[in-house]
Write a protein that binds this ligand. Structure first.
Ligand SMILES: C=C(O[C@@H]1C=C(C(=O)O)C=C[C@H]1O)C(=O)O
Length: 382
C-alpha cells in the first residue's frame, strides 16, 4: 500500500466517525425542533450560533479556526433546514407555485395584448414577436408605463429589457421591479445586430450624420471610427433613429438600427452587422399580473431585502450551495427609502418539479426579512 493510500484509509476511518457524530447531532437537533414547536420558539437562534462559532474557533486553535468555523456555519445552516422540515412548516411561496402550476394552461398564449416600450421596430418588439405567434402590441413611452399597463390589466403581458452582454444590467428596470407587482412568465435572449440604414440609393460615403441609441453607438464604435466626416448623434432608441431618417428631407443621414427597422421604415441596409463584437445579445423578461408556470420552466427569479448585517447574503448563498442549486444571476440595488439596505435579485437554475425547490423556499421564508417570488419560467434563445 502506498503512503497516499494509507493516509486515505485514515481519512476514511475519521469520516466514518464524523458521519456517525453528525447523525447523532442531527437526531439531537430534531429533539430541539420538537421542544421549539411545543414552546413556540423560533428555529434560528443567532446568539447561540455566535457563541458556538466562537467556542469551536477557540477549540480549533489559531491555524484551523477559520476552517472549522466555516464548516460550522454550514452545519448550523443544515440543522436549521432540518428543523424547519421537522416542524412540518410548509412554504407559502411553494404552495403558490403549486397552485400556479395547476392553474396555468399547457400552452403559452399565442395572440395576447402585449405592452412594449418604444415604437415599431424596437428590439422589444423583435423579442415580443419571437415569444408570441401573433401578438397585439401596445407601445408605451417608458418602462414604468409597461409595468403599469400589466398591473392594471390593460395588457396581458409586458416585455422589458433587463441585461445586455456588453452594457450590463438595465438598472432602470431593476429599480422599477421594487415598486411594481408582477410575475415573470418567460424570458428571451435575443442576438442583437446593428445595421446602417439610410434612404434607398444612399452610399456610405454620402452619409454625414448618424443617429442611434447610445448603447448601439458604443457597440459600433470601431465601425463608426472608420468613417470620415460623419457626426454621430444620440436619440432615445434605435427605432426612433430609423423613423427620423425616413422622415428627414435629407438624403445624407443614416441610423444604426435593426434589420426589422429597414422593412418598417422603407430604408435600405447600407452596411449590415456593423457591431464590433458578434456575441452581442440582450435579455428580455415577459411579465404578467399573476404567476403562470408553463411546462418546462427551469429558471426561478427571486427578490430579497436583506438586513444590513454581516453574513446575511452569505446565508442565502449558502442555502443555494447546500441544495446544489446553480445561481445564474445576482444583482443588487440600493433601496431608495432605506439607507444602506439593499434589494437582491437572484435567478436560480432549478426545475419547479425538483424537490430542493420546496426546501429552498421553506428555508428562505423562515429566515429572510422579505422574500418576493417573481416566477418560474423558461428562457427562449432567439
Ligand atoms: C439546534 C438549534 O437550532 C439552530 C441550530 C443550531 C445548531 O446547529 O447548533 C444553533 C442554533 C439555532 O439557530 C438550537 O437552537 O440549539
Amino acid at each position: 500500500m502506498s503512503e497516499l493510500e494509507q493516509l486515505r484509509g485514515d481519512i476514511d476511518a475519521i469520516d466514518r466517525q464524523i458521519v456517525d457524530l453528525m447523525k447523532q447531532r442531527m437526531e439531537t437537533v430534531a429533539q430541539v425542533a420538537e421542544y421549539k414547536k411545543a414552546n413556540n420558539i423560533p428555529v434560528l437562534d443567532s446568539g447561540r450560533e455566535r457563541a458556538l462559532l466562537s467556542k469551536v474557533g477557540q477549540e480549533a486553535g489559531e491555524e484551523l479556526a477559520d476552517y472549522i468555523q466555516s464548516m460550522y456555519r454550514t452545519i448550523m445552516a443544515a440543522s436549521r433546514s432540518y428543523e424547519n422540515g421537522k416542524l412540518g412548516r410548509g412554504s407559502k411561496v411553494y404552495d403558490g407555485i403549486k397552485k400556479a402550476m395547476e392553474e396555468t394552461p399547457q400552452l403559452f398564449p399565442q395572440r395576447p395584448t402585449v405592452a412594449c416600450q418604444g415604437i415599431e421596430g424596437a428590439y422589444s418588439q423583435i423579442a415580443c414577436d419571437r415569444l408570441f405567434k401573433a401578438p397585439s402590441i401596445l407601445y408605451f413611452q417608458s418602462f414604468d408605463h409597461v409595468f403599469k399597463a400589466v398591473e392594471s390589466g390593460m395588457c396581458q403581458y409586458g416585455i422589458l429589457p433587463i441585461e445586455n452582454s456588453t452594457a450590463g444590467s438595465v438598472n432602470a428596470v431593476y429599480d422599477l421591479m421594487i415598486r411594481h407587482n408582477f410575475s415573470i412568465v418567460r424570458s428571451a435572449r435575443l442576438k442583437v445586430s446593428h445595421n446602417l440604414l439610410a434612404k434607398p440609393g444612399t452610399k456610405l460615403e454620402d452619409i454625414r450624420d448618424i443617429y442611434s441609441h447610445e448603447q448601439a453607438i458604443s457597440q459600433c464604435a470601431g465601425f463608426l471610427a472608420g468613417l470620415k466626416n460623419v457626426a454621430v448623434h444620440v436619440v432615445e432608441n434605435t427605432a426612433v433613429a430609423a423613423r427620423m431618417v425616413a422622415q428627414s428631407e435629407r438624403s445624407d443621414v443614416a441610423a444604426l438600427s435593426s434589420r426589422l427597422c429597414a422593412e418598417q421604415y422603407d430604408l435600405e441596409i447600407v452596411r449590415d452587422n456593423v457591431q464590433d463584437q458578434d456575441n452581442n445579445y440582450t435579455r428580455f423578461i415577459c411579465i404578467s399580473k399573476k404567476p403562470e408556470i408553463y411546462p418546462g420552466a427551469d429558471r426561478t427569479s427571486l427578490m430579497m431585502t436583506l438586513p444590513h448585517k454581516p453574513g446575511t447574503l452569505y446565508n442565502v448563498l449558502a442555502k443555494f450551495y447546500a441544495l446544489n442549486i446553480n445561481l445564474q444571476k445576482l444583482e443588487s440595488r440600493p433601496l431608495p427609502s432605506r439607507e444602506f439596505e439593499f434589494m437582491f435579485y437572484f435567478d436560480v437554475e432549478a426545475s419547479v418539479y425538483a424537490p430542493e425547490m420546496e426546501k429552498l423556499f421553506r428555508d428562505l421564508e423562515a429566515e429572510s426579512e422579505q422574500l418576493r417570488y417573481l416566477g418560474t419560467y423558461h428562457e427562449v434563445i432567439c
